[in-house]
Write a protein that binds this ligand. Structure first.
Ligand SMILES: [Zn+2]
Length: 243
């Protein structure tokens, strides 16, 4: 999922007489340009403008990775989990007859079956992830049905999977795929991604005609895109509390 042309990113410029080439350094929230002393400002601006989309994608990629989730992130009693834009407190009960997960207004309760042999921490993370993915499949199918009816655009199939750096995808066979991590985003953000991907069934590109379709059904799409650019780092598994 990309965006249409955006304003040129702001950058700081450092010139040096020893440099021979222009280099663009992208950080999650800033851009720095290193340039030879005598290169014209207009040339630097033009280069940055040309690279706008690349910079945006790169920043999104970096933000998705930040802060890096330590491999040892532990989900335990009282951990915070994001679900449809809300933080839920995790309750864990072990040694139960069955494994199941239930939601209440601000809690998510995981009961672990006494038959699970894995280390407790591993089982908690694994069961929650399985649950999120299963919920995502139902959720996306239901919302895709809803939007398909309005947009008169029906995908061949709805797939939920893991992507490192995109939220959704639509292929030429009409299969729409969604990143299950979106289950942590508010419902309207999920709706935006669905409308975006369904619009690709009509326009396989990000042309003005494509955005016109998106805008017709989801007038607030610019805000949703901005939200995703800004907050994508928060939608990661295992979750990072306190972001
Ligand atoms: Zn797209």
């Amino acid at each position: 999922m990309n965006t249409d042309a955006q304003l040129m990113p702001q950058y700081t410029l450092r010139r040096s007489s020893r440099r021979r080439t222009i280099e663009i350094q992208v950080r999650p929230d800033s851009v720095r340009v290193l340039a030879p002393t005598r290169v014209a400002q207009s040339r630097i601006d033009r280069l940055v403008a040309e690279k706008t989309e690349w910079i945006r994608v790169r920043q999104q990629e970096l933000r998705l990775r930040l802060p890096a989730a330590p491999a040892s992130t532990v989900l335990e009693q009282g951990s915070q989990l994001l679900w449809l834009g809300e933080w839920l407190t995790l309750d864990i009960a072990i040694d139960r007859p069955l494994t199941r997960i239930t939601l209440s207004p601000d809690r998510i309760r995981l009961e672990l079956s006494r038959r699970i042999r894995k280390a407790h921490n591993e089982a908690v993370k694994e069961q929650l992830e399985l649950w999120y993915r299963a919920q995502a499949q139902h959720y996306f199918e239901a919302r895709v049905d809803h939007w398909s009816a309005q947009m008169k655009l029906t995908p061949a199939k709805v797939v939920v999977r893991s992507y490192r750096r995109k939220w959704g995808c639509c292929n030429s066979r009409g299969v729409v795929s969604f990143n299950w991590l979106l289950m942590m985003a508010p419902a309207e953000i999920i709706d935006y991604v669905i409308v975006h991907e369904l619009s690709h069934l009509q326009q396989m590109n990000h042309s003005p005609a494509f955005w016109a379709v998106v805008g017709k059904y989801f007038p607030g799409y610019r805000d949703a895109k901005a939200w995703l650019n800004r907050r994508s780092g928060q939608l990661q598994w295992p979750p990072i509390a306190g972001l």
